[in-house]
Design a protein. Structure first.
Ligand SMILES: C[S@@+](CC[C@H](N)C(=O)[O-])C[C@H]1O[C@@H](n2cnc3c(N)ncnc32)[C@H](O)[C@@H]1O
Length: 317
């Protein structure tokens, strides 16, 4: 498969921000305002690495990591763009393909630190929206983003996050009553085949059910990943546990028509995870973004348009 990143125009066509006409320089970036930074194009295609000369076995993995980091075009570009990490390019690429966000939405970013996905989300939802990040490690959230610290595998922490987002019910912008209708996605599309009038009734029934059950979040992101152990199966199973916690949260808090993105390590249990997503979402895609390192076993599922009326037992079995 081609390693070519999406060109800048296709990556950023969802945003009204102007496209820079040339590759940014450090000086230009330092002058640029934050919203403009997210319109910075991704780096040039990472050219295939030339065969490395044989290194003596004393070369440590941290030296290899440093070498790889300093030569990685996505890392360089994220620094120039004031993005907190190169992970931003994965989300930008997936958002360009699937249009996850709309202005005014409410977003929960699980495993947000250091915060580049939250930066992208905050940029996309704008001042009328809200973003909350959750992470097990302490970190300073990006401007305009709220944060909660805790291990999302803990039921107590999940409960705190549920309570936090349910406070949004009557609040700011479109995160309140109007959010289901105004986001322009989801249940409206589900109702396509219905007679005129039925669609609207279904939308308002879904909205009422969402509000009743505290499903107020428009987009759930999970880039959670524990420190890898070097044992691919253990890392795979650990990542599936994190995805299951995120999917359970989607069942409880994602509104009808809302979207979900989660990272997982590929392995034998990912098919079961995909099937669970298919029970809760209208459409599910498995994605390996170009900006994800080829040698990494990480991959992503995108669940588009949460279905109405799926019981927890049915969704998670
Ligand atoms: C790859 S990083 C996320 C990068 C982030 N998306 C960004 O753009 O900056 C994975 C994060 O998941 C967090 N994490 C791992 N396990 C977690 C857990 N059980 N609960 C909460 N956060 C967790 C880690 O602390 C780490 O910050």
């Amino acid at each position: 498969m081609s390693a070519r990143p999406l060109c800048a125009r296709s990556l950023f066509r969802a945003t009204p921000l102007p496209l820079p006409t040339s590759t940014p320089t450090t000086a230009k970036c330092a002058r640029a305002a934050f919203p403009l930074l997210l319109s910075t194009p991704p780096p040039p295609p990472p050219t295939p690495l030339p065969l490395q000369p044989h290194r003596p076995s004393s070369s440590s993995s941290s030296t290899r990591w440093r070498t790889r980091q300093t030569s990685d075009p996505y890392t360089k570009s994220s620094k120039l763009s004031a993005l907190k990490s190169r992970a931003a390019y994965k989300l930008l690429e997936i958002d360009a393909r699937h249009r996850l966000f709309a202005p005014g939405q409410s977003v929960v970013d699980l495993g947000y630190a250091p915060g580049s996905w939250s930066q992208v989300a905050r940029n996309r939802v704008g001042d009328g929206g809200r973003v909350v990040g959750i992470d097990v490690i302490p970190a300073m959230p990006p401007r305009g983003v709220s944060a909660l610290q805790g291990d999302f595998l803990s039921e107590g922490v999940q409960g705190r996050v549920r309570e936090f987002v349910r406070e949004w019910r009557g609040g700011k912008g479109r995160g309140g009553e109007g959010s289901v209708l105004e986001s322009g996605r989801g249940v409206e599309e589900v109702g396509e085949e219905a007679e005129e009038g039925d669609g609207e009734k279904r939308v308002s029934a879904a909205r009422e059910a969402d509000l009743l059950h505290g499903r107020v979040v428009d987009v759930v992101l999970s880039d959670m990943m524990m420190n890898t152990s070097g044992n691919p199966f253990r890392d795979h199973v650990g990542s599936i546990d994190l995805c299951m916690a995120a999917l359970t949260f989607c069942h409880d808090c994602l509104r009808t028509g809302g979207h979900f993105l989660c990272k997982f390590y590929q392995g034998p249990e990912d098919k079961d995870l995909e099937n669970r997503l298919k029970r809760l979402f209208e459409k599910v895609h498995r994605i390996k973004p170009d900006s994800s390192r080829k040698e990494s076993r990480e991959s992503y599922f995108v669940g588009l348009r949460r279905k109405a009326d799926v019981s927890k037992e049915e969704a998670l079995r």
